[in-house]
Write a protein of this length. Sequence first.
Length: 359
Amino acid sequence: MPERRSLHASPTSASLRATAQVFADPRSLALLERIQLIAPSDASVLIVGETGTGKELVARHVHHLSHRRDAPFVAVNCGAFSESLVESELFGHERGAFTGALSAKPGWFEAAQGGTLFLDEIGDLPLPMQVKLLRVLQEREIVRLGSRTSIPVDVRVVAATNVHLRDAVAAGRFREDLYYRLNVVQLAVPALRERPGDILPLAQHFMRTYRERLGYGARELDEAAQRKLSAYGWPGNIRELENVVHHALLVCRRDSLSEADLHLPSLDVPCVRSIEPEREPEPVTSAEHALEAVLRALFREGEDKDENGGLFERIENMVMRVAFDYSRRNQVQAARLLGISRNVLRARLIRAGQIDALR
């Protein structure tokens, strides 16, 4: 039998994916060995991988194996705050710094003092905040919004992304100097389809945990169910596997889960290439030549009409709309195809009137 190890993080995490996982596949075991090598240092870490692969779990394990293990681990989603609030959330504010600031409040850097600050979806951080984050990493001090007094901070930063930051740097959406400051150590978390040895152990882990929560007796996976789980492409990664197992336990009325209990779409799921630590330039395809010709035609048409204004935004909107339609209006898949975050894609689709803001 393959070697199997468990990762355990803080029990206060809301998600099962962030509290314990069993890794049995050789690629996962190799990742754990790399974590053990780099965790004791104070080097910044950049974790890359698709949505739902367990990047926060990896960040928590880095913290657990470091000398900071007894200090706070603070997880922050950089895409969860508006541009006007993100500075206050990260660095804190003083009383009266803005309307509604009735009292002083420390930010996440101060909350993580002595420990680890996990910045998830770092690619969503607005450019002005990237400048300020770079300064904090260089100077090891923060200044609260509305204050002129610096506060020293001793925090290890671990960042995570589900997009190619190099592409974001090339497109001018992410600062190159910040990228290199964060990317001292890079940990690439493989997609679940790329580590098939983890599928059944993880399914069994989720079964045990949800059985306890639901108060159910013993449940097993029959052979047909195991084959179905192993054959599926898991575009939603571990998050999707957890949901499938949870649903199967809710509808199953026998002692073992059967193939019929597993609510899965067609097994013919297209596999999107996962994020890798390094990427070689790809050769120009005939489709790219055709696209270049179309763009040149658009530029000439704009010159003839003397109305090039807004062309770049129209092209961007068209690219996002086509990707959205191609992905059957699945925002996660479309964002993955474009190499951008779902939050960025969703904001553009709302602005272009493609989806409702309340969805």
